[in-house]
Ligand binder design. Structure first.
Ligand code: SIN
Length: 345
């Protein structure tokens, strides 16, 4: 812990397993996510007890006062634009306060990487915004949430020397960048990976062990840099609709054809883009390729990414479809939605 004085860390709760409860004490999988409020989560950690909803309290971490706010209470499989909008607005509000040192967001693990990436694209901040989570519910015999929360607070309270700025994720003592983080395991406590880019560092007993500098802008440079004004996101009712289509053995163009047919009759939020989760180094079955070409010819923007968990497409520039610049399909989808929204605003 460092000794920042008179600063605040804001903890925004969104739900997830970290806030989950099971009727059977110690059941790690048969639980309901998003049952416990963020204030209660903090209250369960003796050193932090006393944080109050939206107002000052005596609870502190590393000299920073803790303030908590419940933004949503959902299982992150149901994460949606409305919650993102709200989260973005609350982050913007708190980050603008000079006495706010950083933000911690408690979130479900399942779509944590998507929310982290969305916030990274839309928030222009040098302060740390740290998403954390748990793989076991709060009622587990050995829940991982409390330690993850403490580790996230260590990152949020860190000073500039540590180089943690912008949006990161902390789980199982590991710090990942929002651009690289992805959930790679459905059960293990250390469920996330940063792939080839490598982790940003580790949290060890409240101290940060940083492995590499967070070069977020250079990683995103090929795609776009967050130039969507937060104000215009706040006014939108939705982002342009982008679907992900997977290539696999036996893949036909049927799903793309169905999307095109639906587009003809849809009256609102018509399909605007498709991200292909291609096989290997970007390959697509002949039939799917023909359907995607048809989609592109009808005005839909098509970006190519790979369904491989690690690595980015290598080789000549894609002359057929747009490039996902090394983003996973779920992050490429968000980048394309924001990209299309920029054109529309
Ligand atoms: C969720 O993503 O909200 C549920 C699963 C989890 O947090 O691990």
């Amino acid at each position: 812990m460092n000794s920042v004085v008179n600063k605040k860390i804001v903890i925004l709760g969104t739900g997830g397993t970290i806030a989950g409860k099971s009727a059977v004490a110690g059941d790690n999988v048969g639980y309901v996510a998003s049952q416990i409020g963020v204030e209660q989560l903090l209250g369960a950690i003796p050193a932090l007890a006393g944080a109050k909803d939206g107002v000052s309290s005596k609870a502190s971490y590393g000299g920073c006062e803790l303030v908590c706010e419940q933004v949503s209470q959902i299982d992150s499989k149901d994460m949606n634009f409305e919650v993102w909008q709200c989260l973005l607005a609350r982050c913007q509000h708190w980050l603008a306060q000079p006495d706010v040192q950083g933000i911690v967001i408690t979130h479900g693990t399942d779509t944590l990487e998507e929310t982290a990436f969305f916030l990274q694209c839309c928030l222009d901040t040098a302060k740390p915004v740290v998403l954390t989570c748990a793989m076991r519910p709060a009622t587990a015999i050995a829940p991982d949430g409390p330690q993850n929360l403490l580790d996230a607070l260590a990152v949020a309270s860190s000073d500039d020397q540590n180089g943690i700025r912008g949006v990161v994720a902390v789980c199982a003592g590991v710090i990942h960048s929002a651009v690289d983080v992805q959930k790679v395991h459905n059960y293990r406590l250390d469920a996330f990976s940063s792939g080839d880019a490598g982790v940003l560092g580790y949290v060890k007993e409240g101290k940060l062990d940083i492995c590499r500098k967070y070069e977020v802008n250079s990683r995103l440079a090929g795609v776009f840099i967050a130039s969507i004004a937060i104000k215009s996101i706040a006014k939108m009712t939705s982002l342009p609709r982008v679907e992900i289509v997977l290539n696999h053995s036996g893949a036909t163009g049927a799903i793309v054809e169905a999307l095109l047919a639906q587009r003809k009759t849809a009256t609102s939020n018509q399909l605007a883009g498709i991200v292909i989760a291609a096989t290997g180094n970007g390959t697509i079955s002949k039939e799917l390729e023909i359907a995607l070409q048809k989609a592109e010819a009808s005005g839909i923007t098509v970006w190519r990414s790979t369904r491989c968990a690690f690595g980015a497409l290598v080789g000549k520039a894609d002359v057929q479809f747009g490039d996902s610049h090394g983003l996973s399909p779920v992050k490429a989808r968000i980048a394309l939605m924001l990209h299309l929204a920029q054109g529309a605003t």
